[in-house]
Design a binder for this molecule. Structure first.
Ligand code: PAF
Length: 292
């Protein structure tokens, strides 16, 4: 595995691979790898001849009051993990290499960026969209892999690739979870022991919504109230930033469930903001993992 820090060097290496007719996969990350990241890397490894992983804590996607300075980092451990997953290039640029002092170009998908996380993080997705577009231009991947935990991010990236005619297949892989159901996230490291004990109830609250829908509930205002009540009882250390029932592709709010709906939520613990989502199909029969 080679570690590359210079953007133009990454681009030259990837263009040369493409000229040889090789298929390239890219996994964009901010590092501090967990099983969610390694599942993306292993899938990328299987589906392509060359695998590039970017590790860049992107300042442009953090708001002024957010955790850029204390975002968890362990580049040496990450490099060993990436090597173990068969990564060919680990791209680790410095912020100045990605953003010139007079950087002035942004990629925005306002309609998809405004709801859900966009309400409390108004500049987040333009930072994500801009850096991912730049990574696409540098690494020239045929395939890019992302986790479905960040559903809104995935939806935005799919749209920008389509709208800008970037020839990349954007693949979303299932959320990887701890044994108790908590979605894996680098920010789980910020949870206190008691918050960590309560946090799996985020998912359980969403599963509760699915159970209600599959039993016939359709009004999302009622589902919203039921899930908030569930969280108030089981995750009192989490403040609900949002709970929304939206169309899975347009991310527009759904009032009455008539087809597949995405239940998406963010809860704020003391130092960590946790997100999760669940795609609910009202046509499906109740499954055993719905038991709370
Ligand atoms: O999901 C992330 O880790 C980041 O938002 C991404 C896609 C690497 C862009 O910085």
């Amino acid at each position: 595995m080679d570690i590359v820090t210079v953007p133009s060097e990454l681009q030259a290496r990837c263009l040369a691979w493409r000229a040889e007719g090789l298929r390239l996969a890219l996994v964009p990350t901010m590092g501090f790898f967990h099983a969610g990241h390694t599942s993306l890397m292993r899938e990328g490894r299987k589906r392509a001849d060359r695998l590039v992983v970017s590790l860049f804590v992107n300042p442009a996607q953090f708001g002024p009051e957010e955790d850029l300075d204390r975002y968890p980092r362990d580049p040496e451990r990450d490099a060993r993990t990436a090597e173990g997953c068969g990564v060919d290039i680990l791209f680790m640029p410095a912020p100045e290499a990605m953003y010139a002092a007079d950087h002035a170009t942004w990629v925005e998908v306002p309609e998809l960026a405004a709801p859900l996380c966009g309400r409390s993080r108004p500049t987040h997705f333009r930072g994500v969209a801009t850096v991912v577009t730049k990574l696409f231009l540098l690494a020239q991947p045929h395939l890019a892999l992302f986790g479905r935990k960040d559903w809104q991010q995935l939806t935005i990236i799919r749209r920008l690739a389509r709208d800008l005619a970037i020839p990349v297949e954007v693949l979303g892989l299932p959320t990887v979870r701890e044994e108790d159901g908590l979605a894996m996230s680098s920010r789980n490291a910020y949870l206190s022991p008691e918050e960590r004990r309560q946090a799996p109830h985020i998912r359980k609250g969403l599963l509760f919504a699915r159970k209600l829908i599959q039993e016939g509930a359709r009004e999302t205002s009622l589902l919203d109230a039921a899930v908030r009540e569930y969280w108030a009882q089981h995750f009192p250390l989490g403040r609900v930033d949002y709970l929304s029932f939206v169309h899975p592709e347009t991310l527009r709010a759904v009032e009455h469930v008539r087809g597949p709906v995405l239940a998406a939520a963010a809860l704020q613990a003391q130092k960590a903001r946790l997100i999760d989502n669940l795609l609910i199909d009202p046509g499906c029969t109740v499954q055993s993992d719905l038991a709370l």
